[in-house]
Design a protein. Structure first.
Length: 85
């Protein structure tokens, strides 16, 4: 199966799992992860709307509103195993 937009193999890991509303993006139906941004940025992008978005869709909306930082930062929240690093 091919992706509908690009001539690359379809990747099933990018499909959202509908077993829970937060497991898929309500904009693109792609996989969603547990993530957050600070309230100031969320409100600047989303205004009064509340929705469940994947990080990519959130970034697309932010950039459409002129919020275009040099880079987006990915970080861990909470404990994570540091073994082997
Ligand atoms: Zn999405």
């Amino acid at each position: 199966m091919k992706n509908q937009y690009y001539d690359i193999p379809f990747n099933p890991k990018l499909i959202g799992n509908k077993d829970h509303p937060e497991h898929y993006c309500h904009k693109c139906n792609g996989r969603n992860i547990i993530w957050n941004v600070d309230n100031k940025l969320w409100n600047a992008v989303m205004g009064n709307h509340s929705d469940i978005l994947c990080p990519i869709c959130f970034i697309e909306l932010a950039e459409a509103k002129g919020i275009k930082p040099a880079a987006w930062r990915l970080s861990c929240e909470g404990n994570w195993p540091e073994k082997g690093i």
